[in-house]
Design a protein around this ligand. Sequence first.
Ligand code: SF4
Length: 280
Amino acid sequence: MTFDDGRDHRGGCPATPVTCRRILSRCGIPGYEYSLNPYRGCLHACAYCYAVFLERFRAQPRPWGSFLEVKEHAARALARELPRAQPGRIFLSSVTDSYQPAEGACRITRGLLEVLADAPAGFSLTVLTKGELVLRDADFLRQLHARVGLTLTCPRDADARRVEPGAVPTSRRLAVLGELGAVGVATWAFLGPLLPGLYDAGGGLAWLLEELARAGVRQVTADCLNPYPRSVARLRAALSGRSRMALEEALREPAAYRERLRWDLAAAAAGRDLSLSYTF
Ligand code: SF4
């Protein structure tokens, strides 16, 4: 594979190729045995990102959201590892986004899908992304019987831009879900973390669930904010005014925040043709 090392993918940040010898990792997410992460770092730069505190990223001299390492030869590594691995459920991806803009040129994720097409029996694939580039692989993902999810955290595009500055806005992610469903891809939505002060701004939670149903999504999983210190520090820097006050209140009274969130989700989902599950 040739890769244009000097190419700027977003915000003037050059992606750096790194050698990849192993790609199939044990996954800590309930319900999944393996995770695949085609990149190190993520230019979606979400303010709440939990990957920030992982030990392997702490040594990075550059702040989270401003570096990206491209795992060259990831497909070759996966082709070596898959035949020796026990069958299981694979999550793509847990600490990066497989369809961030750099994937358009690098095609690391695409290479992994091509290997998975020849996987031994017993492996299944679930994708979670905020990237519209997933549409490029829609036909392939359908053939793989993959479940493809989009993450949404804020009903309003302006709020999403504040906390997920490198990702496409919520309205575009909803459209992507609709387009995936229209070509027969099994879709789902991950609502999380639903941020205090933002998840229901302007009564937007009911609107968001209505739009998901309209896009053909039937399975929705919701999550609350886990207040890891480094994520909280970045969120505090991204928020101001009422949303900042709501964050501080939720940090003081986490049980009340979670209880209200559950209640708001149940009320917004009532009467809709959606299967709603919670991770908290
Ligand atoms: S898209 Fe995911 S991995 Fe990337 S910055 Fe956002 S939360 Fe982190």
